[in-house]
Write a protein that binds this ligand. Sequence first.
Ligand SMILES: CC(C)(COP(=O)(O)OP(=O)(O)OC[C@H]1O[C@@H](n2cnc3c(N)ncnc32)[C@H](O)[C@@H]1OP(=O)(O)O)[C@@H](O)C(=O)NCCC(=O)NCCS
Length: 179
Amino acid sequence: MADPAPVQDESFPEGATSLNRRTLVDACLANRDVTIRTVKVEDLGQIRMVERASFPDPYPQLRFLMLHFKAREGFIVACKDGIVGYAISEIRGGRGHIISMAVSPESRGSGIGEALLEESIRRLDPRVNEIYLEVREDNQAAIRLYEKFSFRRTGEFIERYYPGGEAAVVMLRSSPKAG
Ligand SMILES: CC(C)(COP(=O)(O)OP(=O)(O)OC[C@H]1O[C@@H](n2cnc3c(N)ncnc32)[C@H](O)[C@@H]1OP(=O)(O)O)[C@@H](O)C(=O)NCCC(=O)NCCS
């Protein structure tokens, strides 16, 4: 599949109330010189740094290399003078799956996580009926972000999902075409 066009930079236009959410996020990112694009192999070193700063149990480096080849356009990065965030998604068993995402600690709280998730959903939605993910129950920042994009808890817990032994909560979002 061809690499979809990256998120376009747009200046913040007049009449913001008539804009949809996507345009608002794009405008917000343009003001911060942040762009979103598909990953390149040379990004992997910086992605690893973002990951190490974000998780107590970072993936082994080889896993990112494998995901780079496997996830293809489902592996995206946010760039601003280097990589400041990433999101990885895949289609698994006919369903969309958000594998992982993170924003570097110094870049959080400025809409980058939201833009990465929005772009991941935009790439998955035409091809699936639903998207699911796993998240630590105590990760309120991520859960709030996912809820903002209509992910809801399924009630399913996966015991000892994380290397530290914590359980994962499963969240699910129906894609619009699913009706
Ligand atoms: C979760 C994460 C990706 C959010 O990235 P971010 O760039 O800071 O998020 P944004 O600035 O785009 O925020 C978007 C929404 O997320 C939620 N959110 C983000 N940070 C939050 C926080 N500290 N507390 C509560 N909600 C938060 C809010 O709903 C926010 O929308 P709002 O600003 O309108 O309230 C980031 O905190 C992170 O990398 N955490 C560590 C890695 C991680 O937990 N990844 C998810 C694994 S499942």
